[in-house]
Ligand binder design. Structure first.
Ligand code: ATP
Ligand code: MG
Length: 630
């Protein structure tokens, strides 16, 4: 059943209803799902404790809503198309029926190993269909999954195992990533020395030599060998935990965000079909890793709840060359393509040559997530990938929000580069000033909050409810605080300006990092940039810009001057960077986000206290930046 909106006036109408009668609105959406027992009250909440419950006393299993609910109509429809790292290896397709049987077999295998409802299970696996099978099998039996990106170090893995008290780890012998083969099981063994678990199940992917510990470690194929391919799903309460997911760590120590069953299910399906305007038969591809919230909500749960065909890609955008994404789009005739600005900017640096010769005519919708997308990258994406005909959905949301909060609905909401545009139905945004006063009307700028609950919102941070309260619900009373700065322009459109902690205050003028970076990136020689504030005697704060650029036909000095001039022209002299350092790379999280807090430390020259760097992708880059400091 579809709850898809089709017109702008339809959206505006539904949005109004979702605000004036939120409970009726969500009850209507939720009624199209299969509940073993319908809820008794749609919503109970307070943002003080915080305590939020949706679909109170409802009983269900999310996997029954993916499989049983749809089995008569779509058993033979492709659920997952898998594209391997190596283009010469065969791709795989699993229909809904096949996926269902895999999930049941693995669910039975988990039960046979003593995993029960409420147990925590870490998934540390490559991007293979079995990773989705693992998540769904946990959900099937009521175990709580916590996916850890398989590029994380042994110690980051050990911390997460310990934090959630996991009973089992699901992993692989090794991973293929571009030209590299990574010895994953070795990392798991190392992590388990620090944080032991009872059971490890190993999916055989690379066939490399590994050690298996008797009584603890089992091969995936052995574990499922004798298992039945049917399974009766565990009955879950709406508010039973579905998963724990650690945030990216851009701003500090990662938080174990908890999502629950009923509300997450309702919101991920609803937002997926509306934002991407998915039609039955479309092939949808999100390039994220399942280790991030994007992978949870928009590779696995949202699309599968919608009966969609979701493509999973094991590799990286530049292997075997920078045309790989486009080769995959052509090969599988992808209709909706969803990626991150970091990937777009990286590919943009290769020019348009790698796109030539690929047929991208199947594309209907392009998406962006993870960071503000700067205008230059937006236009490149729109022109060269979307051929000026595909709407771009710039989707703003967070691990904590569970689903997309602010985004155009593809082809319905008129877009504007660098703007996430308008809130989805049910999302009541609020912009506040530093004192928590709501800024009403248009043409305002401040801190982004949400003043009413939505179904897929964070319920707690695992094992530490007070951290949840302090981080999100204490800054401004009775509001969820996102940590992001935002502007609402004269059309009522929202533009994310970057993290509030990163806002720079130059002689009393507040500036978002995204705005200044956007202007720097307009220069044709600039590939990527990051700006931070640093103490400045006269201005209070000065602007320090780290810039990756192409130096052909330019001297460093010329280029720096040109960048300063161009920022002055675009925003004004006030935004002109005081210092520009040309760098070979930027410190990023493993999900590809710029870690400005590290750059701020470098700019402030406080190098002995870098904070939590466990999610940093490449520590080498930080060393090089320190050496080249201005
Ligand atoms: P941590 O919370 O651990 O510091 P993180 O905030 O990077 O890490 P995520 O939940 O993965 O962890 O990212 C959410 C953040 O990403 C948002 O708060 C916002 O700053 C940024 N973001 C995501 N999508 C967009 C977008 N479309 N436009 C602008 N910013 C975005
Ligand atoms: Mg965050």
């Amino acid at each position: 059943m579809s709850d898809r909106l089709h017109t702008l006036s339809g959206y505006l109408y539904e949005y109004q209803k979702s605000v004036t009668q939120p409970e009726e609105f969500w009850a209507r959406i939720a009624d199209s799902f299969y509940w073993r027992k319908r809820w008794s009250k749609t919503l109970k909440w307070n943002f003080k404790d915080p305590d939020v419950k949706w679909f109170v006393n409802g009983k269900l299993n999310i996997t029954e809503n993916i499989f049983e609910r749809n089995m008569f109509t779509m058993a033979d429809r492709p659920a997952i198309i898998w594209e391997p790292n190596d283009p010469n290896e065969a791709s795989r397709t699993l229909t809904y029926k096949e996926l269902f049987h895999e999930v049941c077999r693995f669910a039975n295998a988990l039960k046979a190993k003593g995993i029960e409802k409420g147990d925590r299970v870490i998934i540390y696996m490559p991007m293979v269909p079995e990773a989705a099978v693992a998540m769904l099998a946990c959900a099937r039996i009521g175990a709580i999954h916590s996916v850890v990106f398989a590029g994380f170090s042994a110690s980051a893995l050990a911390d997460r195992i310990k934090d959630c008290g996991a009973k089992a780890v699901l992993t692989s012998d090794g991973n293929f990533r571009g030209s590299k083969k990574i010895a994953v099981k070795g990392l798991v063994d190392e992590a388990l020395e620090k944080s032991p678990v009872d059971t490890v199940i190993v999916y055989q992917r690379t066939h490399q030599e590994i050690t298996m510990k008797e009584g603890r470690d089992f091969w995936w194929h052995d574990a499922v060998a004798d298992q039945a391919d049917t399974n009766v799903a565990e009955e879950m309460d709406s508010e039973d935990m579905l998963f724990i997911l650690y945030t990216s760590g851009s701003t500090g120590k990662p938080k174990g965000v908890v999502h629950t069953t009923g509300g997450y299910m309702v919101y991920t399906k609803y937002s997926f079909e509306n934002v991407f305007q998915y039609s039955p038969g479309d092939v949808y591809w999100c390039t994220a890793d399942i280790g991030w919230i994007t992978g949870h909500s928009y590779i696995v749960y949202g699309p599968l709840l919608c009966g969609a065909t979701t493509l999973m890609f094991e590799g990286v955008p530049t292997y075997p060359d920078a045309g790989r994404f486009w080769a995959v789009v052509e090969k599988h005739k992808v209709n909706q393509f969803y990626t991150a600005p970091t990937a777009i900017r990286a590919l943009q640096a290769y020019g348009t040559e790698p796109i030539q010769g690929y047929d991208l005519s199947s594309l209907k919708v392009l998406g962006s997530v993870g960071e503000p997308i700067n205008e230059e990258a937006w236009h490149w994406y729109h022109t060269h990938i979307g051929k000026d005909k595909c709407p771009i959905v710039d989707t703003w949301w967070q691990t904590e929000t569970g689903g997309i909060m602010v985004s155009p609905l593809a082809g319905i909401t008129p877009t504007k580069p660098a703007y996430a545009t308008l809130p989805l139905p049910g999302i009541q945004l609020c912009i506040v000033d530093a004192d928590g006063n709501e800024l009403t009307g248009n043409g305002v700028e401040g801190n982004l909050c949400v003043k009413f609950p939505w179904p897929s919102m964070i319920r707690t941070t695992y094992g530490d409810h007070d951290r949840c309260k302090q981080t999100y619900f204490s800054t401004y009373p009775n509001m969820y605080f996102t940590g992001d700065g935002v502007k609402r322009d004269h059309d009522g459109y929202y533009r994310i300006l970057g993290r509030v902690d990163d806002v720079i205050n130059v002689s009393g003028h507040r500036m978002g990092t995204a705005e200044v970076e956007n202007a720097i990136n307009e220069h044709p020689k600039v590939i990527e940039s990051a700006v931070v504030g640093y103490p400045h005697e006269v201005k209070g704060q000065g602007i320090y810009a780290y810039v990756i650029c192409d130096l052909t036909n330019r001297t460093e000095e010329n280029l720096i001057q040109e960048i300063k001039d161009s920022v002055s022209k675009i925003i004004g002299p006030i935004a002109k960077p005081d210092k520009i350092q040309l760098v070979p790379g930027l410190p990023k999280t493993r999900s590809g986000k710029i870690m400005r807090r590290i750059l701020r430390k470098v700019a402030e020259n406080s190098l002995d206290n870098m904070g939590d760097t466990s999610t940093l992708l490449d520590p080498e880059v930080v060393k090089q930046i320190i050496e080249g400091r201005k």
